[in-house]
Every structure is written in C-alpha cells, then in structure tokens.
Design a protein around this ligand. Structure first.
Ligand code: NAD
Length: 502
C-alpha cells in the first residue's frame, strides 16, 4: 500500500489538468463553457481551491437534452452485442484509471482511501454486470389469447436525466448510468456541485471506450438551476435521482408538468437491532463498520443502534473502547478510517447535533466535539441513553455519529425500529431464526440484512420505502425503470369484429 507522501505526489499529478483547464460541461462529445459562468470547488481536507467548474443552467441543459435526443435512435438501434462491447470497454477503462479515480475522489469528498480504493472496482463491476444484461434481459413475452397473439416488447424510454449526490459520487454515478446505457437510453448527468471531479473522469473514459457523442452528456452546476431545468425539460423522459428526501420531493414537483417518471434513492435513519442471543463479537464489528466507514456519509449507514437492555451496558462499553481507537486523519493516509466531512455547511450540520444531543438529555459517550484543523474533521461519535423521540434518533445526521437506544423485548424493538419517517435498510442480529424471519417481515425497510453488514449483490433489488425512496435498482428492476412495456396485438384469424352502423 502506498504511503501518504506517495499518494500526495500522485494526486498532484492528477490534479494538474483540473487546475489548468477546470471542469467544463460535456455536450455531444464536446467541452462547453457553462452559460451561468463558473463556480469554484474546494477540498474538504484543507479548504484549498481545486479548480473552476462550469456552472450550467437551463440553456446548457437544453443543449444537452437535445444532444441526448439526437443520439437516442442510433444508440437504441445499435445491435446489443456492440452496445455490450462498449460497456465492457468502459469497465476496462475505469479499472485502468482506478488509482486516479480513487485519489481524486478522496481529495474531492474527504472519504478515506481505504474505502475509495474500491470505488473504481465497484464502478467497473456495475458496467460489467449491466453489459451482460444487455443480451440476456427479458425483452418481452407472448400473452396470447384465442384470437390474438399478444406480444409485449420492452423499449428504452429515450433520453433520461441522472442527478447524483456528493458522498460517493463515482460509485453512485456508475450505478445509475450503466443500466441506463444498457437499456438503450441516452443520458444527461448532473453531478453534485460539491464533488464534481470523478464525473468528469467517467465521461472521458466512456468516450475513450467508443461511446458515440451525445449518448452521455454532463452538465455541472447547482440543483436549483441545472438540476431543476433537467427535471423540467420536456425531452427528458425520466429522472434517476440519489440525494436527500426533501430534494426528492422537489424532483417530483419539478417533473410533474412534464409527467416525468422518477426513481428516488433518498435518505435513511437505519436501525441495527442487536438481541441478547446474537454473536456479539460479529455484531460489534458490523455496527462499527456500518456507521464509521465512509465517514458515516452513506445512505445505508446503521445510524440507530437498538440494543437489548440485558446486554446494553457491556455492549456499549466495548463499543466506546473501539470507537475511541478509530483513526481520523488525512484521507490519503492508508491508516485513516475517517476523513473530513464534505464541506462547511455539512460540518455545521453534523456538529450541531453534539449540542442537540446534550439538550435532549442523551449522553455523549465518545467524540462529540469538532477537531480543530484546517479541514472539516469530526471524531467518531456515540450518543447513549437516547430515546427514539430525540432529534438525534429521528433526523439523518449523515456523519460518523451513532445513537444508541435500549429496548426490552422484540415488540418494543420493532416499534422503535419502525417509528421513523425513513425505511431504507435494517440490520438484525439474532440467532433465533424464527424471530429473524418474523422481524424481517414486519420491519418497514426496503432492504434487510440478518447477521451481516450491508453486502451488495447486483442482481438483488436496492431501494427504500417511506421517505427513503421510490423504485428499485439492480438486476431487471433497473430495466423496469429505464424501459417501457409496449403491447402489440396480432389477430390470428378472422375473429368477429362488432359491426356498427350499416
Ligand atoms: P442533495 O439532495 O442535496 O443533492 C443531490 C443532488 O441533487 C445534487 O446533484 C444537487 O445539485 C441536486 N439538487 C439539489 N436541489 C435540486 C433541485 N431542486 N432539482 C434538481 N436537482 C437538485 O443530496 P446530497 O446532500 O448531495 O447527498 C446526501 C443525501 O443523499 C443523503 O440524504 C443521503 O442519504 C442520500 N443518499 C441516498 C442514497 C440511496 O441510495 N438511497 C445513496 C447516497 C446518498
């Protein structure tokens, strides 16, 4: 594994091009300035300027949507095997530039390299998985009746918009864009304004792999202008969105006039429920991993620990010892687990919960005070003696902050677990199989793991319920979103047609 000094040296080489040329929009295979001018992006590590970024607005979105519309028929009609070849080449291109992607992603987001070094591998996997689906995906069926051959076909929607957040931008962009392209859609991507670097690398890799101009367009900028214009554009058939729940509802409103199909992957306040009969060593590892990895800036983090009263004291004591040993530091240091939070606003939000916890009467058992530095560093934090009606238990903090709540029995655990506006994931720790099944059945969440951390398997459905989202990704579910069913009825003979008039 490279040292911090080596990583910094390599990073400097990769950043040079951004420093010189900034990030421009990419429309129909060409670099374009943003009609709204530029904005500056900063690193959360030391607040230094990274580069200027094109500030796209409705004019740029219109140009990108038109390019996507124009490129659509040829991309839709390209033989599946050729489309597959291009997607596989994109995966190869991602792997070939894995180090560059990981270093830029860390500098841009503050995420630790030990986690982001896997981002490119995951991104390449997303392209490979959906490349394989291009030729094997169900593209229709025959639902025949006595008189008609009723054929269904599944056709790509057309140009679609993809709007992504800042937390793990590379992985999430590939996760949305790979299936859209595999389905035969063209795209306009609006990356998060706070971490735009890896989106630029990705579109470059795709074009180098032979993706025709206009199939993948990228417009940078802010949600309220570029993002809103994308949702409102009449040529854009759907919006695949990952971000906050309140932005998700704005996406729906903005898309209403053009009857936009929307897929929303939103926030979470996910419970991890530890029963007294669980394998407590493994549970402890998973609890720590699922809230303190990726800076806790992950939608699937287990931010509410529900621990059975009979084991609470001992489990929390072990947790505190482990949490205090987690290393916070420079994201490019291979020893670092927690890097800086993304930026000033988010830092203010996360640290505000340290006071809120005290005001609400919880105990700060670990962390709980910002770290003085040039960047946005916070320590891994644990709140104990919490109740589920406290703000620290109800609101998505989106940082390395865990709230621990005690429960007496299964009924109480289920009531607390479901008493939240969100419903993305749930994690259960018990060795009682019947209880695990019963609890999973009643837990209000789109995804549940029993005796495991979150392990993503691409053919399975990914998504949430309640305020955590609408729609599913993964396997054929992705194609359900990016494609439309069409019915064609063929008469098989001279069946009776009602004759009206004379
Ligand atoms: P955000 O909602 O603030 O921004 C996400 C994207 O939406 C950005 O590109 C932003 O520019 C754009 N946007 C903002 N306002 C818009 C508008 N009016 N119209 C169109 N686009 C608009 O989210 P964030 O702060 O970047 O990301 C953190 C959130 O993302 C957390 O809530 C997290 O849980 C969620 N998230 C969910 C998943 C999931 O799979 N469910 C995965 C990762 C992150």
């Amino acid at each position: 594994m490279s040292t911090l000094a080596e990583n910094l040296e390599n990073l400097a080489t990769h950043l040079e091009r951004f420093r010189v040329s900034g990030i421009r929009n990419r429309i129909a295979g060409k670099d374009c300035a943003g009609s709204g001018g530029t904005f500056t992006t900063h690193s959360p590590v030391d607040k230094s300027v990274i580069c200027d970024v094109a500030r796209g607005d409705a004019t740029d979105i219109d140009a990108a949507a038109k390019a996507a519309q124009e490129a659509f028929p040829a991309w839709r009609d390209m033989p599946a095997l050729e489309r597959k070849k291009i997607l596989l080449k994109i995966a190869d291109g991602i792997e070939a530039r894995a180090e560059e992607i990981a270093l830029c992603e860390c500098w841009d987001t503050g995420q630790a390299l030990r986690f982001m070094s896997k981002a490119a591998i995951r991104g390449a996997e997303n392209f490979r998985f959906f490349a394989d689906q291009v030729t094997s995906a169900r593209d229709g069926q025959n639902l025949r009746s006595p008189t008609l051959m009723n054929i269904t076909t599944r056709v790509p929607l057309g140009p679609v918009g993809v709007i992504t957040p800042w937390n793990t931008p590379f992985m999430l962009s590939t996760w949305k864009i790979a299936p859209a392209l595999a389905a035969g859609c063209t795209i306009v991507h609006k990356p998060a304004e706070l971490s735009p670097l890896s989106a630029r690398l990705l579109v470059e890799i795709a074009e180098d792999a032979g993706l025709p101009p206009g199939v993948w367009n990228m417009v940078n900028g802010f949600g309220e202008d570029a993002g809103k214009a994308l949702c409102e554009h009449p040529d854009i058939r759907a919006i695949a969105f990952v971000g906050e729940s309140r932005t998700g509802s704005l996406i729906q409103k903005q898309g209403a006039d053009t009857l936009k199909r929307v897929h929303l992957e939103l926030g979470g306040k996910n419970p991890v429920i530890v029963f007294e009969d669980a394998d407590l060593d493994r549970a402890l590892d998973a609890v720590i991993f699922m809230i303190y990895s990726i800076n806790g800036e992950r939608c699937t983090s287990s931010s509410r620990l529900l621990v059975q009263e009979s084991i609470r004291e001992d489990f929390e004591a072990r947790l505190i010892e482990r949490v205090n040993a987690i290393q916070v530091g420079h994201p490019l240091d291979p020893q670092t687990v927690i890097g800086p939070l993304i930026g000033e606003e988010h830092f203010a939000k996360v640290t505000s919960y340290f006071d809120i916890a005290k005001e609400d009467g919880a105990t700060i058992a670990a962390g709980g005070a910002p770290i003085k530095s040039d960047g946005y560093f916070v320590p891994p934090t644990l709140f104990t003696d919490a109740k589920n009606d406290m703000r620290i238990a109800r609101e998505e903090i989106f940082g390395p902050v865990l709230t621990s709540i005690a429960f007496k029995d299964e009924d109480e655990a289920l009531r607390i677990a479901n008493d939240t506006p969100y419903g993305l994931t749930g994690y259960l720790w018990t060795n009682d199989l019947t209880r695990a099944l019963r609890f999973s059945d009643r837990l209000e969440a789109g995804m549940i793991w029993v005796n495991s951390e979150n392990v993503r398997h691409l053919p399975t459905p990914f998504g949430g319920v309640k305020a955590s989202g609408i729609g599913r990704d993964g396997g054929d579910w992705s194609f359900e979103f990016y494609m439309e069913q069409k019915h064609i009825g063929f008469a098989m003979g001279d069946h009776h047609i009602p004759r009206l008039g004379v």
